[in-house]
Design a protein around this ligand. Structure first.
Ligand code: NAD
Length: 320
């Protein structure tokens, strides 16, 4: 059977597929595979190990052919999947939950610390001025005793909440599902609406999936509800935040700063964002640890091996 891996991945995933006896083709290009090349390359595959940038829709499924059994996403989010199209073609979609939770939660904290302690600004200053103590130079904000608002208390949001608690923060959260057990275990407080969370937080960290209901969840009105001294962190999906409204809020000091790993129209940031000092940006690398990325490839490969061997996948995607 034929498996296409649309982009080179770290770890043993490709070897696992080869060892299982599949004929494996791996995309060797630097960036995401260009659409017409992708549609050509996946033709005739029984399984595809694909990337978030590969839109799995009617066009894609028709191009592969009716022998296709599984598309294994190299990601936990699966907003690139057209779920009704997958089910009408009888194709299983899988993702990579859990194995990247720690990496993403730690990255959220790297961003929280980078923006509150002005690490990127300070790095630029250190390069131009050398290291020189100044009583009022680069004053930032301490985390201990501050309120961390977790928007979306799933796998990643829960871990961010735990790290925040370990750093002496008050943790509050909003999620469509309340989690009293977690509240007791970690000492987190549930807020009944996103608005209540936003107005009470010193730092808001976003961990919801991209759904119709979460697109522009953080919009101009909600940014105005945040404290002028507060920070917004987004490691979920870019379109959850109205990035144009965020640029305005950062320019007008409606909020103190933002740190983003994901953009609304990747790979481009909204006009003006990169010129601001009160911003820290990373290029969608929250899961980019050797540990997480290797495990993501291996879990995706396991899912393909299971399905092409006639067994159920380990981590099928589920509609929220
Ligand atoms: P998860 O499914 O465990 O958690 C998502 C949580 O969001 C759930 O608890 C769900 O109830 C909640 N939720 C859904 N709709 C909501 C709404 N309208 N308001 C509030 N809460 C809502 O997922 P996870 O593993 O924690 O991952 C979260 C998201 O992080 C993924 O969907 C993905 O988009 C993103 N992600 C990004 C990167 C990256 O590289 N930057 C890496 C991994 C995951």
């Amino acid at each position: 059977m034929k498996v296409v891996v649309t982009r080179k991945i770290p770890g043993n995933g490709v070897k696992m597929l080869q060892d299982a006896g599949f004929e494996v083709t791996v995309g060797e290009q630097d960036g995401p595979m260009e659409r017409s090349k992708l549609l050509e390359t996946i033709k005739g595959a029984d399984g595809v190990l694909g990337q978030l940038q590969d839109k799995v829709n009617e066009e894609y499924l028709t191009a592969v052919g009716s022998q296709l059994k599984i598309v294994a996403n190299f990601a936990v989010g699966f907003d690139n999947f057209d779920l009704p199209a997958l089910s009408s073609h009888n194709v299983i979609g899988t993702n990579t939950p859990d194995v990247l939770t720690e990496a993403v939660a730690e990255h959220a904290f790297a961003l929280i610390m980078a923006i509150t302690r002005r690490i990127v600004e300070a790095h630029k200053l250190a390069l131009t001025q050398g290291s020189s103590f100044g009583p009022e130079v680069m004053l930032g904000m301490e985390l201990k005793g501050k309120t961390l608002g977790v928007l979306g208390l799933g796998r990643i949001g829960s871990r961010v909440a735990e790290i925040g608690k370990a750093m002496g923060m008050n943790v509050i959260y909003y999620d469509v599902k309340q989690n009293p057990e977690f509240e007791q275990k970690v000492g987190a407080e549930f807020k009944a609406t996103p608005d209540e969370l936003l107005s009470a937080s010193d730092i808001v960290s976003v961990h919801v999936p991209l759904l119709d209901s979460t697109r522009h969840l953080i919009n101009a009105d909600r940014l105005k509800m945040m404290k002028p001294t507060s920070y917004l962190i987004n490691t979920s999906r870019g379109p959850v935040v109205d990035e144009v409204a965020l640029v305005e809020a950062l320019k007008n000091k409606t909020i103190a700063g933002a740190a983003l790993d994901v953009g609304e129209t990747e790979p481009k940031w909204a006009p003006g964002l990169v010129d601001l000092d009160n911003v820290v940006l990373t290029p969608h690398i929250a899961s980019a640890t050797t540990e997480a990325r290797s495990a993501m490839g291996e879990l995706a490969a396991e899912n393909i091996i299971e399905v092409l061997s006639g067994r159920p996948p380990k981590t099928p995607v589920k509609k929220s």
